[in-house]
Design a protein around this ligand. Sequence first.
Ligand code: IPM
Ligand code: MG
Length: 361
Amino acid sequence: MTTARIAVLPGDGIGQEVTAQAVRVLETVGRSAGLKFEFEHALIGGAAIDATGAPLPPQTLALCRQSHAILFGAVGGPKWDHLPQEQKAERGLLVLRKDLDLFANLRPARTFPMLVDASPLKRSVVEGTDIVVIRELTGGLYYGEPRGVEQFADGSARAINTMAYTSREIERVARVGFEVARKRRRRLASVDKANVLVVSQLWRDVVTRVGRDYPDVTLEHVLVDNCSMALVQRPTQFDTIVTENTFGDILSDEAAILAGSMGMLPSASLGGRVGLYEPVHGTAPDIAGQGIANPIAAVLSAAMLMRYSLNMGREADRVDAAVSRVLTQGHRTRDIAGAGGKSVGTREMGDLIVGELERGA
Ligand code: IPM
Ligand code: MG
C-alpha cells in the first residue's frame, strides 16, 4: 500500500476545528482507495508563538519540506496582533509560502445551486457563478523590497512597502492562469492597475506575450477597481482570473461572498514540490472553540490536495460530490443556514460528509 505523508498545520482559532474534519475525510477516502495517509501535526502561527516563541518553528518547516502535501487551517488572532510585523502569527504562513515557492494560489469560487439564497447578493446576480482566482503568492506588494519603517527625529515616521515583480515571476503565474483557463471555459481575465502602476504595465505586457502561446484562450485585461465592481455586478462574466498577490487577496474574499459564505471556499497553493491546501477563511476568533464553524472549506481543500498533490482526481470528485449531497439534503452550518434556519455543528457536518463517503464507496 502506498503511503502519503501529510503535514497537518491546524494553526489558530477555528483552524483547529475545521482541519480535524478534513483529516477524517482524507482517512475515509484513503481506506476505500487503498492509500495510507500518515498525518503528522505541527505548530504554526499563534499556537507556535505561544509554545516556542516563533510563528514558524524550524521543526514545522522541516516537516513541511519532507511531506507530500500540507493541510493548513488558519493563523492569527487578537492575542498576537500587538506583535511587530515580523513576529506576527501571519508571518508563519508568509514565510512558509515563500520557502516552498508556492507562487500560484488557486481559489475556486462557485455558487452551489442549493446555496444561492445564502449569499447576501440577489439570486439573479450570483446564480451560475463559477470562477477560479489565481493569486500570485510569493511576490508583489507582500514581499517587495525595500520595506520597513523609518523613524524621524521630530517623532514622525515613514513606512514603505514595495510592489515589485520580475518578468519571470509574472510569466510563470500567467502560464498557470492560461493552463487552468484552458481546462475550463477558455477565458482568462488578467487583473492589474496598469493605468497607474509601472509594475502592472510590465504584468500586462508579459501576460499578453505569454498569451500568444495559448491562442485557444481569450485574454482580457481588467483594471482591479473595475474588476471588484464587476464581481458583484455580473460575476458570471468571469471564468479564470490571474492577478497580483494583494489584489488576489482582496478579490478572493469578495468572490467568497458569491459562493454564499467564506466557510465554503478552499484553496491550493502550488509551484514548488510540496503543495499547501487551506480554506480561504481565517481563524474567526468570534466563533472559535464553539464547534459551530463550517468545515466545508477545509474538506474541499483536502479534495484539492488529493487532486493536485496525489493525482487522485476520482477521489477528489467523490469528496466534492459528498459535500454537494449533504447540502442538497438540507444540512447547513450556521453561516449558511439563513436567519432562523436549523443548523449543525462542525463535527456533525464532518460526520455527514464522512457518512456520505462511506455510503458512496
Ligand atoms: C489569505 C490570508 C493571508 C494573506 C493572511 C492570513 C496572511 O488573508 O490567505 O488570504 O493575506 O495572504
Ligand atoms: Mg486573505
